[in-house]
Design a binder for this molecule. Structure first.
Ligand code: MG
Length: 473
């Protein structure tokens, strides 16, 4: 029964997938290359815009990522799909704003161990799309798109899964204090570590988890070196509680936060070496970014958004603008890109490179960044929507960003503020969102209002997946 259900689902998804993504220049690139490129997405958790050496951190050393940025593209206006884990990941996986899939909510910000929902089966993931064109697929790391069997990576297009199904601070043995979160013990978090659909360790030994994610990635690359592969490596770090293995603990001048970033960077270096030794380096595109901004209430245990305002949980720039690097030696045109990009765009960009199809039966929010990556052309994305839960709080159009609603990340008192006219900032002049200029630019506000109107005209909100609870409401 389960098998026939899943083959019917697969058949329906095949029908939903339309033509291959269409940039002529990308098509030319695809056909000129004999082997399909491998794709590796490295997704950090809660890493801020200012937390890498190459993005300006004075005491965090990230030599491998810095080199990738120098030899590839460093994107300085690249956005996660949301400012917290679950909706952000849903956006990356589907190329659709999370409000369309129902993977965001005004009741719960993310999925929890007692959540009954997850990424709906009707959604098509990038893993499903590339698997249809012959890719071997692995999800290694934190999933957070539903921990019940129908929602796990192995039911969402991944041949292999190794990781934790939700955040590393969940399943607390009791309600832990801030002090306990910042001086953490592995045994206080009863988070399961899974291989495919089986729990293999509980609590997951978080001291060695970053290292093991790297090792699993390298193993998957070696085992599949003769096939095209797609790996989504979603590190659990640097989400608190922070853990690093012995080799890194106590080494960074930035403290434990710096240790965890250094261990991720070291893993990147080991993966690069592996690709080189297998002669796959010239045929592999690597994207590095993060799911949302720094978790500021944890003070020095959270990261830094650098010059951007605020952090995780907000629709200020620090909540969603991420340090992003694209790397593919000999293919990507080395440069710094200030144009707008988003994790939402990875679906169509990867589909164009792999020959995978982009769904034609639904609205996609995903653009092919190929012309920027490979030819240095301006980014095709000019608009970014900033949702909090199911509500549109802000919109960026070109240099300008209008905030219709603002709210601090986690305070319990009612600090929601509506703005009419919206607060307006010029992000090119003022990336820190300090100088409000709405009075000087009514025409920009009018243009952005029109964009919102058109966006909402054909917006169908997905059924709220985050509010569903096991045995409950
Ligand atoms: Mg996160």
């Amino acid at each position: 029964m389960k098998n026939s259900d899943s083959s019917r689902r697969r058949f329906l998804k095949t029908l939903a997938l339309g033509s291959a993504a269409v940039s002529l220049s990308t098509l030319a690139r695809c056909c000129a290359t004999s082997a399909k490129p491998n794709i590796l997405i490295i997704f950090a958790d809660d890493l801020g815009f200012g937390d890498l050496g190459v993005f300006g951190h004075p005491t965090i050393a990230t030599p491998n990522l810095d080199r990738m940025a120098a030899e590839g593209q460093k994107w300085t206006s690249f956005y996660a799909a949301a400012s917290v884990c679950t909706p952000s990941r849903a956006g990356l996986m589907t190329g659709r704003l999370p409000v369309r899939s129902g993977m965001c909510s005004d009741k719960k910000r993310v999925l929890f161990p007692d959540s009954a929902g997850g990424l709906p089966q009707s959604e098509i993931t990038i893993a499903e799309a590339v698997r249809q064109v012959g890719y071997k697929t692995a999800c290694i790391g934190k999933w957070h798109l539903g921990h019940l069997p129908p929602y796990l990576p192995t039911n969402n297009g991944f041949d292999y899964y190794f990781g934790i199904p939700y955040s590393n601070d969940m399943d607390q043995i009791r309600r832990l204090s801030r002090e306990e979160h910042t001086h953490p013990k592995v045994e206080n978090y009863n988070v399961p570590l899974m291989r495919n659909e089986e729990i293999i360790e509980r609590p997951a030994d978080q001291n060695t988890i970053t290292k093991r994610y790297t090792e699993e990635t390298i193993k998957f690359i070696r085992e599949n070196k003769d096939h095209p592969w797609f790996i989504y490596l979603a590190h659990s770090m640097v989400h608190i509680p922070l853990f690093a293995s012995e080799k890194f603990r106590g080494k960074s001048p930035r403290g434990i936060f710096g240790d965890t970033v250094a261990e991720i960077d070291d893993g990147v270096g080991r993966i690069l070496e592996t690709l080189k030794s297998l002669h796959l380096d010239k045929n592999t595109m690597i994207v590095f970014t993060s799911d949302n901004g720094p978790w500021l209430p944890f003070r020095e245990h959270g990261g830094s958004a650098g010059l951007l305002r605020d952090g995780k949980g907000t629709t200020w720039e620090g909540g969603m603008r991420e340090p992003t690097i694209f790397y593919w030696p000999g293919k990507i045109k080395p440069m710094v890109v200030a144009g707008i990009g988003s994790t939402l765009d990875l679906f169509t960009t990867i589909a164009a490179l792999t020959g995978a199809k982009v769904p034609i039966d639904r609205i996609m929010d995903s653009m092919d960044l190929g012309p920027t990556l490979f030819e240095g052309k301006p980014s095709p994305r000019d608009v970014m929507f900033y949702y909090r839960g199911q509500q549109l709080f802000a919109v960026r159009k070109g240099a300008y960003k209008a905030h219709f609603v603002t709210m601090t990340a986690y305070q319990k008192d009612n600090n929601r503020r509506e703005h009419d006219p919206p607060l307006l900032f010029n992000l090119n002049h003022d990336p820190s969102e300090k100088y409000e200029i709405s009075a000087r630019h009514p025409e920009v506000i009018e243009e952005i209002r029109q964009i919102v109107k058109e966006h909402e005209l054909n917006l169908i909100r997905g059924e709220d997946q985050l509010a569903k609870r096991i045995n409950g409401d």
